[in-house]
Structures are given as structure tokens and as C-alpha cells.
Ligand binder design. Structure first.
Ligand code: PA5
Length: 326
């Protein structure tokens, strides 16, 4: 199995341990104490690191989790919030600027990274940093970053079903679905429907298709998609429909069945992906892993290197030496 996917269970456990092992009581930056009860959690990060926030937000129902993907921390974020800054490389300017601004404003920040400038700047100020194991590229390090963040958050909130979400990974590796789905998508633009409570799976799949398979993709989140995206099925486009279904709640599960029915009325180019697992975390890990393998299979069918992301590198180089805004 390529690109380290077979290592996900081991990396998940190791990274969870790293996050849990952080002794939050031993950190203090000026008047900022890390041993507190945050009223909200903001997770910042971009791309393969940013998706960690989406998975955590979907998984921790009832916890006030906000996902942020930009340079500045919104003015309403208060000092009783916790900011978790996630950057695989530690070199992403958006994430570094957000973390530094938060600390300047007296908001506690914890970094999750392999190192780089983010680790350097946070450590120099005395802020906690969890250093995760390396992978081939940021998005391949999803288990490393995700489980380290869950480990960190376990100091503040209850994380449901972490073990199940790791156990299910072995099952994904045996699935034949990636080959089938990659062949189904090849030559088309995938349009991905998913319920709002599991939206991270759809966005992760889109990002993996973009980066690994160099393929554009459309994400349609239900119920909003029932009021716009769904109308596009009335014309025949070079699109393949993928409907991600899981268990969220009665009304959203019902709506996803209705969406499938309506799409099938217009097109036979439809595949349904049923997420496994009893919790949202497990379903999202299952879906992210399975659909990540689809993107790798598609890259193989196109004969392209999934690791190369030249335009991202070009854009990062263009902003590398800029100062943080604001
Ligand atoms: O997967 C990728 O390579 C990208 O999406 C990166 O995650 C993104 O550019 C942000 O970089 P980093 O994760 O190092 O902060």
C-alpha cells in the first residue's frame, strides 16, 4: 500500500500519545496559563493541516470548535479561548501569523507541527508545541496531525470513540472500493454530496483529488446543496456524482436518501459511499482514508505523481518573506 497509508494505525496511536503527553500545567506565557477551561477552541491551519480542524469540529458535537483558515484571528476571539495552530511543515505563513497574533492578544496557543518556523517562534515564547512524526507530504500526515490535536484537546474536553476510529483503519486498507471509484471518476469532474455533519469527509476528498490526482472537484453540502447545487443535475455535464452517506441524525439521514433518489432520477452516473463507524470521528476517519486511496488510485490511472504540488510551492514562495498583515 503506497504513501504510508498502512502506517496510519501506528501513527494515530503514537500521535495521540504525544498530544496526551503534553503537560499543560507546566506552560505559562506571561499571564497566559494553559491549565484552564476554554469556552471555545479555534483550530487554525491550511490545506492538509487545516482539514484537521474540520474533522475535529464535526466530531466533537456540543463543543464550541471554530475552524479558521486565514492570517488574522477574528477580533471576537477572546482570551478564554484556546487556539490550536496546525501546520505540518511549520512554514505556512497564514498559520504562523494567526498563532503569533493570538499570543500577542493574550490568547493561549498550542502548536501542532513537525517543526519549522511555527515551532521555533512558539517555543521561543514558551508556548507548548507538539512535534508529530513526518510523512511524505502534509496531507499524508493526517493521522499524525489529527490524533495529536485530539490528544491535546483531551486535556480540555472529552473525545468520544478514539479507539474505534483507529481500529477501523485496518478495515479500510482491505477495501476494493478505491479501484472501483477511481475508474468511475476518471475523465470526469466529481460532484460530491455529503451531509453537513460529515462535511469534512467531502472537503478532504476534494482536497486529495485536487492535490494527489490534479483533478477539480465540486463539494455540495446538504441541506444547503438542496437549494442550489442540486439544480445543476438537470443538464448533462461531464460530471460523476458521489454521494457520501453516514449516520448523523434522522433528518439529515433522510435528506441524504432523498438527494440520492433525486440525483438518480436525472443520472445513472452515481456512486454511493457508505461511511462505517458508530461515531462521527470514526466515520470521518474511515471516509478520509478510503477516499484518499481513491485519489491515489486516480493519480495512478492518470500516470501522475501524487506528491508534487508545484503551484502550491510557487505561491508559498511568493509570500514567504512577507510580513504578517495587521
Ligand atoms: O497537503 C499539502 O501539501 C497542502 O495542502 C498543505 O497542507 C498546505 O499547503 C499547508 O501546509 P502545511 O500543512 O505544511 O501547513
Amino acid at each position: 500500500m503506497p504513501y504510508g497509508y498502512e502506517d496510519w494505525p501506528r501513527l494515530s496511536l503514537e500521535s495521540l500519545r504525544l498530544g496526551r503527553g503534553l503537560n499543560v500545567r507546566s506552560f505559562k506565557v506571561g499571564s497566559i496559563s494553559y491549565d484552564f477551561n476554554p469556552t471555545g477552541i479555534m483550530i487554525t491551519g491550511m490545506g492538509g493541516s487545516g482539514i484537521v480542524g474540520d474533522v475535529v469540529r464535526d466530531s466533537l458535537q456540543g463543543v464550541n470548535v471554530i475552524v479558521h483558515k486565514d492570517f488574522n484571528i477574528p477580533p471576537w476571539v477572546s482570551r478564554d479561548s484556546l487556539v490550536v495552530a496546525v501546520s505540518y511543515s511549520g512554514e505556512t505563513l497564514e498559520t504562523i501569523c494567526g498563532a503569533l497574533e493570538a499570543l500577542r492578544r493574550g490568547i493561549p496557543v498550542i502548536g501542532v507541527t513537525t517543526g519549522g518556523r511555527l515551532a521555533h517562534e512558539l517555543e521561543a515564547k514558551g508556548a507548548p508545541v507538539v512535534k508529530v512524526p513526518r510523512s511524505i507530504a502534509p496531507r499524508f500526515g493526517l493521522p499524525n496531525l489529527l490524533y495529536a490535536v485530539l490528544g491535546v484537546l483531551s486535556h480540555y474536553v472529552t473525545i468520544p470513540d478514539v479507539n474505534e476510529s483507529i481500529e477501523i483503519q485496518g478495515e479500510v486498507l482491505k477495501s476494493q472500493l478505491p479501484i472501483k471509484l477511481a475508474n468511475f471518476i476518471k475523465g470526469y469532474v466529481p460532484m460530491i454530496f455529503a451531509p453537513i455533519g460529515l462535511q469534512a469527509v467531502a472537503y478532504r476528498f476534494k482536497n486529495d483529488l485536487n492535490e494527489n490526482a490534479k483533478t477539480p472537484a465540486v463539494v455540495a453540502i446538504v441541506p444547503e446543496a438542496d437549494h442550489n447545487d442540486i439544480v445543476a443535475i438537470m443538464l448533462k455535464h461531464p460530471v460523476r456524482y458521489i454521494i457520501i452517506k453516514g449516520r448523523t441524525d434522522d433528518i439529515h439521514d433522510y435528506l441524504m436518501n432523498a438527494v440520492e433518489e433525486v440525483v438518480r432520477n436525472y443520472s445513472s452516473d452515481v456512486e454511493v459511499v457508505e461511511l462505517k463507524g458508530s461515531s462521527r470521528l470514526t466515520q470521518e476517519v474511515y471516509g478520509s482514508m478510503l477516499l484518499g486511496l481513491v485519489s491515489l488510485k486516480l493519480a495512478e490511472l492518470y500516470g501522475i505523481d501524487p506528491v508534487r504540488t508545484d503551484p502550491i510551492n510557487t505561491l508559498k514562495d511568493r509570500i514567504r518573506n512577507l510580513s504578517c498583515p495587521g
